[in-house]
Design a protein around this ligand. Structure first.
Ligand code: UDP
Ligand code: MG
Length: 317
C-alpha cells in the first residue's frame, strides 16, 4: 500500500461526502489506485457513522473505523494511524480546511527534499474568529519558548509522513497526546509546506474553548516542565521582597515609627495566597497527568470497522 489518508471525524456529516470525493481525487493523483482512506468516527452524535458505512460500502479504498465513544481529536487520529498501512501517510482534518489537492505537491516536496515529514504551515487562516487566531498565535509562540523540542510555529496536524516516521510516532505510548509536538520530537528530516488555510467546508468548529484550553495544557505539560520552575522563580522573587520588607520594618521600628499596616498586611496575605494557589494548581496539572499515565489504559476502544481494511486482528491497541 503506497498511501494512507487518515481523517478523524466528530459530527462531520455535512463534510463527509465532499471530503470523500476530494480525498479520492487527490489520492489518485498522488498514488494511482494504491491508496486507502481511513475515516475514524470519534463518537459522533449525528449521522456521520452511517454515512461513513455507506461510503465504505461504495468505495473499496475506504476503511471506516467506529470508536466506542468520543475519545478526542488526538486519540481518534491515533486510532487511524495505528490501523493504516500505507508507506506514506497523510493526516488531514475532516472539515476540508486543509486542501487535499496539495497532496501531490507534498509528495513531490518529500521526495525532492528527502524528508520524512512534510508539515503544513498556515500562511493565512480564513473564516476563523479573531479570538481563535489570537489564541492560536500566542499559543504556538508561548509553547516554543517553553519547550526544548523545536515545535514548528503555526503548524497543525496536516502533514505527510513516511512509514518510518509514523512507526517512531506510534512507539510513543503517552495518553496525553499532542501529536504535532510528538512528531517534532521524533526527529528525521522535516520540512515545512506553506499553504493558505481555507474556511471550514460546513458545520462548526469541534474545538470549543474548554477543549482548546485542555489541548494547550496537554501540549505545555507534555513538552515542558518550565511551568514547574515557576514555583522557584516566585519563591526567589518573594524571598527578595521579604528581605526588603524586613529591612524596612526594622528601620521603621528603630526610628520609633509605628506602622498601622492593614494595607500592607492584606497585600502580603493576598499575594502569597494567590501565588501559592497558582503554583499548586500547576503542580496539580502535572500530578493529574502522571496519575492518568500510570493507569496505562488503552488509548481508545474500537467498536467496529467497516470496509476494505476489515481485519479483526487490528482491533484494539
Ligand atoms: N475532531 C475529533 N474529535 C473531537 C474534536 C474534533 O475527531 O473531539 C476532529 C474534527 O472532526 C476535525 C478535526 O478533529 O476533523 C479538527 O477539528 P476542527 O476542525 O473542529 O478544529 P479547528 O479547525 O476549528 O481547530
Ligand atoms: Mg477545522
Amino acid at each position: 500500500m503506497r498511501l494512507s489518508i487518515v481523517v478523524p471525524c466528530f459530527n462531520e456529516e455535512a463534510c463527509l461526502p465532499a471530503l470523500h470525493e476530494r480525498l479520492a481525487k487527490a489520492a489518485q493523483a498522488a498514488a494511482g489506485e494504491d491508496f486507502e482512506i481511513v475515516l475514524v468516527n470519534d463518537g459522533s452524535r449525528d449521522l456521520s457513522w452511517s454515512l461513513m458505512q455507506q461510503i465504505a460500502a461504495g468505495d473499496p479504498h475506504v476503511m471506516a473505523v467506529n470508536l466506542s465513544r468520543n475519545h478526542g481529536h488526538q486519540l481518534a487520529l491515533t486510532a487511524g494511524l495505528d490501523l493504516c498501512r500505507g508507506a506514506y501517510i497523510l493526516i488531514i482534518d475532516a472539515d476540508l480546511q486543509d486542501p487535499p489537492e496539495l497532496l501531490p505537491a507534498m509528495m513531490q516536496a518529500m521526495q525532492d527534499q528527502q524528508a520524512d515529514v512534510v508539515y503544513g504551515v498556515r500562511k493565512s487562516r480564513a473564516g476563523e474568529t479573531a479570538f481563535k487566531r489570537f489564541t492560536a498565535h500566542s499559543f504556538y509562540r508561548l509553547l516554543s519558548r517553553a519547550t526544548d523540542v523545536d515545535i514548528p510555529l503555526d503548524a497543525g496536524d496536516f502533514r505527510l509522513m513516511s512509514r518510518r516516521a509514523l512507526d517512531a510516532l506510534l512507539s510513543m505510548p503517552e495518553q496525553a497526546r499532542f501529536i504535532r509536538g510528538m512528531v517534532a520530537w521524533i526527529g528525521f528530516r522535516q520540512v515545512p509546506f506553506a499553504y493558505d488555510r481555507a474556511e471550514r467546508f460546513a458545520g462548526e468548529t469541534k474545538y470549543p474553548f474548554h477543549k482548546m484550553f485542555r489541548f494547550a495544557l496537554d501540549a505545555l505539560t507534555g513538552f515542558s516542565s518550565a511551568p514547574l520552575k515557576l514555583a522557584s522563580h516566585a519563591g526567589l522573587a518573594l524571598s527578595v521582597g521579604s528581605v526588603l520588607l524586613i529591612l524596612y520594618i526594622a528601620y521603621a521600628w528603630s526610628v520609633g515609627r509605628n506602622v498601622p499596616g492593614w494595607t500592607s498586611l492584606m497585600l502580603v496575605v493576598v499575594v502569597l495566597g494567590a501565588v501559592q494557589m497558582f503554583v499548586l494548581a500547576l503542580m496539580g496539572e502535572y500530578i493529574g497527568r502522571l496519575y492518568n499515565e500510570s493507569k496505562r489504559r488503552p488509548l481508545y476502544i474500537v467498536q467496529e470497522i467497516a470496509g476494505d481494511g476489515h481485519n479483526p486482528g487490528r482491533l484494539g491497541h
